[in-house]
Design a binder for this molecule. Structure first.
Ligand code: ADE
Length: 247
């Protein structure tokens, strides 16, 4: 079972999110164990100080190293030493991808540290953390939403978390392509029809149509991803011969 220990200043921020849907079920079925720890409980002064001014001046507060070291060391004492990642969620980290999610989902233990304020003391980065992860090129006010994103993404990869493993294969980002358009009933809604081919029952044609839609959608929206996708010569020609600015 994967155990994720999350160090945060706001453990309450996670409770609503973790209780529902796939994550809630995975917790109930003991596919994953998520433990939240308040960084403040690893302070020893009267005010439970977790941050301090930045050496050299500058606006904003920096997270102190001592509570974070103590928290991780106390977890290590409980879990044991080992090669598991100690992840800091930070806008300065490596951009999180589906591929990284696959790598992390294979561990038995992960520790995540949610950064806050203007950042964390660099000694935490250098001597405590093994991986720094960013979920995108934008600034959040804290690492908590990022830890939830990463946790969500990992859990749905764990065996048994999702009803059918088949649904994991044909998904956006799994093979560097975005997913094809999907429809459910009714077949016509406000005059907008589901493409005939999807109602045809011809599995080969449906599968070809979906593949084509995936490729064209990726070419239009995320040409950066298309470079990583494995396309046949025919598929490459399709991309070249299609006006990608049109719909
Ligand atoms: N903390 C603040 N912004 C972040 C981001 N984009 N990713 C991860 N952690 C963050």
């Amino acid at each position: 079972m994967l155990r994720i220990d999350i160090l945060t200043l706001f453990p309450e921020a996670f409770s609503g999110y973790l209780a529902h849907s796939i994550i809630g079920r995975a917790l109930e079925r003991r596919i994953v164990d998520i433990r939240l720890h308040n960084i403040r409980s690893f302070t020893h002064d009267r005010h439970h100080t977790v941050d301090d001014y930045c050496y050299g001046g500058g606006a904003g507060m920096i997270m102190k190293p001592d509570p974070l070291f103590e928290a991780v060391e106390s977890l290590r004492g409980e879990i044991g030493e080992g090669n598991y990642p100690v992840i800091l969620l930070t806008p300065q980290g490596k951009l999180f991808t589906q591929e990284m999610a696959g790598t992390y989902a294979a561990f038995n233990n992960l520790i995540m540290i949610c950064g806050h304020y203007e950042g964390v003391d660099e000694r935490v980065v250098e001597h405590l953390v093994t991986d720094e992860i960013s979920i995108g090129d934008y600034l959040l006010s804290g690492g908590e939403p990022a830890a939830m994103v990463v946790t969500d993404c990992l859990i749905r990869l764990l065996p048994g978390a999702i009803g059918s493993d088949i649904s994991l294969v044909e998904e956006s980002h799994v093979d560097a392509l975005l997913e094809y358009p999907q429809y459910t009933r009714p077949p016509e809604f406000r005059g907008w029809k589901v493409p005939d081919i999807l109602l045809s029952g011809n599995h080969k044609e449906i599968s070809d149509w979906r593949r084509k839609q995936s490729i064209l959608r990726t070419a239009r929206r995320r040409p950066d991803l298309l470079k990583k996708a494995k396309l046949t010569d025919t598929e490459m020609n399709l991309v070249k011969s299609t006006d990608l600015n049109n719909n």
